[in-house]
Structures are given as structure tokens and as C-alpha cells.
Design a protein around this ligand. Structure first.
Ligand SMILES: Nc1nc2c(c(=O)[nH]1)N[C@H]1C(S)=C(S)[C@@H](COP(=O)(O)O)O[C@H]1N2
Ligand SMILES: [Mo]
Length: 388
């Protein structure tokens, strides 16, 4: 294969990889692109394999040339290999449950960023060189262009694409920094926006205060597909309905009288961030289901949010796992509205998209319900994958 064609394919692959990677990462675009997310991920993975094939091809093509002695080749080869290796790891093992897994995805993003900056530099240098060359050749030819305009056009296109890819990578980094500053770990509430007006505040029990988990590790990224709803204790209601013997509607005061338990659990978002050792205090779902008398024909539980849009569901067996709770306190403090307070669902053994924020009720139903993200390509059984 001809080297310049090979180079162009490689440039295209890398640019598309950076762009699809950025689209997958960007929290701001998450909702807009939700319908394409699954395809985007598959395309990104496919491009990754093309990149790996390209890397092997490059080694073959250049087997007799010593180009790898040049620093920019070395660096770009390194970033491609690094991105490919971390990407492969992610494809083979996407559980993202341990700090090591989350580090792999962070490393992957960091390498991608470095690669994007390199790409930007490379495009700039080549561009400059090409311009100087045309200028000199123009002088030599007395102003006549020697290149066919079709080739120049294609080159320009590839360069623009590469420049775009580089910009996407830099945008990714800026976004990352912004998120870091917006969501620094720290005391709750305070760091996180809270527009809830709930009185009285839930009284933390002994396990919550001080938190038996010792305070959570990591940072929450505020994820929401709607505006953050603000609740107040006057109008807030919690309803249990559907296939139950004793349906109920509780106001805040009665809701706070339902017995609560304390547990320490980890929190995993499927997009690659986790928070560890969160001490939650809340109402156990299996206990609640027993309290209201869930009927045998009730096979699923649907969870509703006060945002009016978001839902998720579990099978009745899943809902009966003893660590599924409606949390009202996190590390002994009321959950701020930005993190789903006054009450949010917590399903530690599943990815956090099951953890409906601003939970206002549940329905016991006899039919499968496909929730918000589930209907946009996320798995209905959201088990956090344990390492092999
Ligand atoms: N109502 C509602 N609940 C939701 C979401 C949402 O957009 N709306 N996002 C889910 C997802 S994908 C994640 S990762 C977690 C994020 O929780 P946090 O914002 O408290 O970090 O909430 C889940 N519950
Ligand atoms: Mo998530």
C-alpha cells in the first residue's frame, strides 16, 4: 500500500477516534446524543481496532526505515499504542468497579488528550512546511503550481479533520478541568447546589453520625437529564401504588417515620467514575415491599422521579436485594437536591443509572418497564460487572 494513502487513513482514524471519544465523554452532550450513544461506543471501538491494525501495518511498512528515531514519531507512536492498550483493556474488562479500572479510563483519556495535542502540533508543523514548500516551488516554477489541486484539496481536508480532532481533544481536557472544579469532593452539602426546603431534617442515627464508612472517597459528578427539581416538605409526597395490598401516600413527616437502616456502599456510573464508601441511611426497599404487601402477581418495580421524566425499574427479586434503599442521608447529611435529595434510590450492585434521583414513588407492576437510559441503549439488568 502506498504510504501517503496509508498516512491519510491513519490520520482519519485518529481524528475520528478523538472525535467519537470526545462525544462519548462530554457530559454536556450526553443527553443530546443519548439515542446514538450505543452506536457511538461501537463505532469508537471499531475505530480502535482499525487503529491497531494500522499500527501493525505501520510497523510492516516501515520495517526498513529508521523513522522511529524521530521524536515526534516516537511520541505519536507511543500515544497510539497507549490509547490502544488502555482501550483494549476497557473493551475486555469494562466493570469499572475498582480504583484500578477507573484509573484505566482516566489514563485512556489522558493519553487521548496528549495524542490530540501532538496531532495539533503535527498538523501545524506539516502545514507550515507545506506552505513554505509551495512558496519555494512557486518561485522555482515562476508561479506555476506543480501539485494537482485534487491532491491539495484532499490534503487540506485531512488536515482540517486532524485539526478538528485535536481541538476536540483539547475541549475534552477543558471540560474535564471544569468538572473537576465544579465537583470537588468535600463536605455535603455546601459544595453541591441544594434548593430543597425540607422541615424537619431527618435525624441521623448512630451509624450515620459519624458515618461508619468514614466519609466517602471520590467525587460525584452531578448527572441529570432535566433541570434539578427543588422540593419542599409542604408539597412533597411519596406514593407506593400498583399491585400492593396497602397502597400509600406519605407526606414528608410520615415518610421520616418509616424505619431506616444504615449501609456503606460504592457508587458506580457506567461512564467511568465511581465513589467509594458512601454511608447511606434510608428506607430498605424489601422492608417497604413487605410493609405494603406486594402481591405475588407483581413481578417488577418501577421507580418514579419528581423530575417527571426519569424512571427506572427492577425485577421484584432485584428490588428485594437487601442493600436496595431509598436514601435520605449521605454521610449523615441530607442529600442535596443536585445529588437527588430529599430521597434517592440506591442500588449498589447495579450501575447508578438505576439510582433514580428525586424519588417520589414506586409502583409494583406485572410488566417489564424500560426506564429512561434503558430505552436509550443501556442494559436493563445493570449489574456492575465484577472483575474476572
Ligand atoms: N431523576 C434522575 N435520576 C438519575 C439520573 C437522572 O438524570 N435523573 N441520572 C442517573 C445516572 S446515569 C447517574 S450516574 C446518577 C448520578 O448521580 P449523581 O448526580 O448524584 O452523581 O444518577 C442517576 N439517577
Ligand atoms: Mo450514570
Amino acid at each position: 500500500m502506498n504510504r501517503s494513502l496509508f498516512h491519510n487513513i491513519h490520520a482519519l482514524t485518529v481524528s475520528l477516534l478523538i472525535m467519537t471519544g470526545w462525544l462519548l465523554y462530554s457530559p454536556a452532550l450526553r443527553l443530546t446524543l443519548s439515542a446514538f450513544r450505543a452506536y457511538l461506543r461501537d463505532a469508537h471501538i471499531l475505530l480502535g481496532f482499525i487503529l491497531i491494525a494500522g499500527l501493525l501495518g505501520a510497523v510492516w511498512l516501515n520495517r526498513q526505515r529508521a523513522i522511529y528515531s524521530r521524536i515526534n514519531y516516537k511520541l505519536s507512536a507511543l500515544s497510539c499504542i497507549g490509547a490502544a492498550l488502555t482501550g483494549l483493556l476497557l473493551v475486555l474488562r469494562t466493570d469499572l468497579t475498582t480504583i484500578a479500572d477507573v484509573s484505566v479510563i482516566s489514563l485512556h483519556r489522558l493519553i487521548a488528550l496528549a495524542g490530540a495535542i501532538l496531532l495539533g502540533l503535527h498538523v501545524y508543523l506539516v502545514w507550515n512546511k507545506a506552505r513554505q514548500e509551495t512558496e519555494t516551488s512557486n518561485e522555482e516554477n515562476g508561479g506555476m503550481t506543480s501539485n494537482s489541486s485534487a491532491i491539495t484539496g484532499r490534503r487540506q481536508f485531512v488536515r482540517w479533520l486532524a485539526a478538528l480532532g485535536a481541538m476536540a481533544g483539547i475541549g475534552l481536557f477543558a471540560n474535564h478541568l471544569r468538572n473537576k472544579y465544579d465537583e470537588m469532593p468535600g463536605a455535603l452539602p455546601g459544595k453541591f447546589e441544594d434548593c430543597n426546603k425540607m422541615t424537619p431534617l431527618p435525624n441521623p442515627s448512630l451509624g450515620s453520625m459519624p458515618p461508619i464508612g468514614g466519609g466517602y472517597k471520590g467525587q460525584f459528578e452531578v448527572f441529570t437529564v432535566t433541570k434539578i427539581p427543588c422540593s419542599n416538605s409542604e408539597t412533597w409526597r411519596f406514593t407506593v401504588s400498583g399491585l400492593v395490598d396497602k397502597p400509600m401516600e406519605l407526606n414528608w413527616e410520615l415518610f421520616l417515620q418509616v424505619p431506616r437502616k444504615v449501609q456503606v456502599s460504592n457508587f458506580h456510573c457506567i461512564t467511568g467514575w465511581s465513589v467509594y464508601n458512601v454511608t447511606y441511611e434510608g428506607i430498605s426497599i424489601p422492608a417497604l415491599l413487605a410493609m405494603v404487601g406486594a402481591r405475588p402477581e407483581g413481578l417488577f418495580v418501577k421507580f418514579n422521579s419528581g423530575d417527571g421524566i426519569y424512571t427506572s425499574a427492577l425485577s421484584i427479586e432485584q428490588a428485594r436485594m437487601n442493600d436496595v434503599i431509598i436514601a435520605v442521608l449521605m454521610d449523615g447529611k441530607p442529600i442535596p437536591s443536585s445529588l437527588g435529595g430529599p430521597a434517592r434510590l440506591v442500588v449498589p450492585q447495579m450501575y447508578a443509572y438505576k439510582g433514580v434521583k428525586w424519588l417520589t414513588g414506586l409502583e409494583v407492576i406485572d410488566n417489564k418497564h424500560i426506564g429512561f437510559w434503558e430505552s436509550r441503549g443501556y442494559e436493563n439488568d445493570a449489574w456492575v460487572r465484577k472483575g474476572v
